[in-house]
Design a protein around this ligand. Structure first.
Ligand code: CTP
Ligand code: MN
Ligand code: MN
Ligand code: MN
Length: 366
């Protein structure tokens, strides 16, 4: 029994971008359960359900203490009927029966294994499952045609499913910096993604590249990629050119969350330090790396857009649209009321335009 005094009633804002979410999670038992159901929904192309579970998980991540009783959740936003049922199950029984049965299900296991291949999304995995393919062994013997990304993904499956450490991210950062310096002096490299938020591991390493002189960044990516390729640093790369200028629907339209920067999805060949060498004596490992080039005029928006978390970004755009009548993208911020673009050279300025308290990267772990 808990006395009234022990029941802390939390007051929490409803948008994740109004909250400070550090990596210090006091409710991982609950957020793990909700995140797994979110992931399962996403793997089944149920995006609405996925977002609902992500929002509920993010809300729980932002609570200052561990929740031990349902009564503590009274009045909190973002918790739908389904999420509350899952939370109740975990609080009362230690586990959620829905989570447990999902984890055990043949379909979930297969979706996890197959989408664990770089280049394989939920739709491809679903098609393979319908054709009776549930694991890598069956895929290898199926005669399915794989594209270049998927072939690489399958070849480096174990490495790419091994979390990347901060030390590895820094080592790759030095290589990228060297490449960029060599092809265009004065260019800048910024580490973005989860590592910028202070995470100790990640599924990849994200970098944003720019040059202080507008226009100098044009044509930079192919040169950087050529430099890296010629020195044997790339096991795979696919570069997509900038389509921002020729896009007709306007830069800040939130219709597509995908930005249009020139980007490179790659797999790096990272030489291991002596202490990381394994029994197999393989002296290198494969690491997923994303490179993005932005003109300096859009850099603040690009840094904000590529720092994440994905839910934090989604909530920023929702806040901008619903509360401020503005459209935010990784390129720009457009004020639909004033009918004009709002220029910014720092993330702080963008939060200020949006009427939000500044949240530093380490507190965007929603
Ligand atoms: N992003 C994007 N467009 C993509 C892929 C990613 O704008 N096509 C953004 C995401 O919104 C996110 C950031 O890039 O804010 C980093 O994405 P990702 O690497 O997938 O996630 P991380 O938060 O870095 O997590 P992890 O540590 O697992 O890599
Ligand atoms: Mn704390
Ligand atoms: Mn990342
Ligand atoms: Mn990434």
């Amino acid at each position: 029994q808990i006395s009234e005094a022990e029941v802390a009633l939390f007051s929490v804002s409803s948008y994740a971008c109004q909250r400070r979410t550090t990596l210090d999670n006091h409710n991982s038992n609950l957020t793990d359960a909700l995140s797994l159901l979110a992931e399962n929904a996403e793997l089944n192309n149920e995006d609405g359900r996925g977002v609902a579970f992500r929002r509920a998980a993010a809300l729980m991540k932002a609570l200052p203490t561990q929740v031990i009783s349902m009564s503590q959740l009274r009045g909190l936003p973002c918790l739908g009927e389904h999420s509350l049922r899952v939370i109740k199950d975990v609080l009362e029984n230690g586990v959620s029966s829905e989570v447990e049965s999902t984890k055990q299900s043949k379909r979930y296991k297969a979706l996890k294994i197959l989408t664990g291949i770089f280049g394989v999304g939920a739709k491809t995995a679903d098609r393979w499952i319908r054709e009776g393919i549930y694991n890598l062994e069956q895929l290898r013997h199926s005669g399915q045609t794989l594209n270049r990304a998927q072939k690489s993904g399958l070849e480096h499956y174990d490495d790419l499913n091994e979390p990347v450490t901060k030390a590895e991210a820094d080592a790759i950062g030095e290589i990228v910096q060297k490449a960029v310096d060599s092809v265009l002096t004065g260019s800048q490299v910024a580490l973005t993604g989860g590592f910028r938020r202070g995470k100790l591991t990640g599924h990849d390493v994200d970098f944003l590249i720019t040059h202080p002189e507008e226009g100098k960044e044009v044509g930079l990516m192919p040169k950087v990629v050529a430099w890296l390729e010629s020195r044997g640093f790339l096991l795979y790369q696919k570069t997509t050119r900038n389509s921002y200028l020729e896009s007709k629907d306007g830069p800040a339209r939130p219709a597509s969350n995908m930005d249009r920067f020139e980007r490179c999805f790659s797999i790096f060949k990272l030489t291991k330090g002596k202490e990381q060498e394994t029994a197999s004596h393989k002296i290198w490992r494969a690491v997923r790396v994303d490179l993005v080039v932005s003109p300096i005029s859009q850099f603040a928006f690009a840094v904000l857009g590529w720092t994440g978390s994905k839910l934090f970004e989604r909530e920023l755009r929702r806040w901008a649209g619903h509360e401020k009548n503005m459209s935010l993208s990784s390129h720009a911020l457009f004020d639909n009321t004033q009918n004009k673009y709002l220029r910014a050279t720092s993330e702080e300025e963008i939060f200020a335009y949006l009427g939000l308290e500044y949240i530093p990267p380490s507190e965007r772990n929603a």
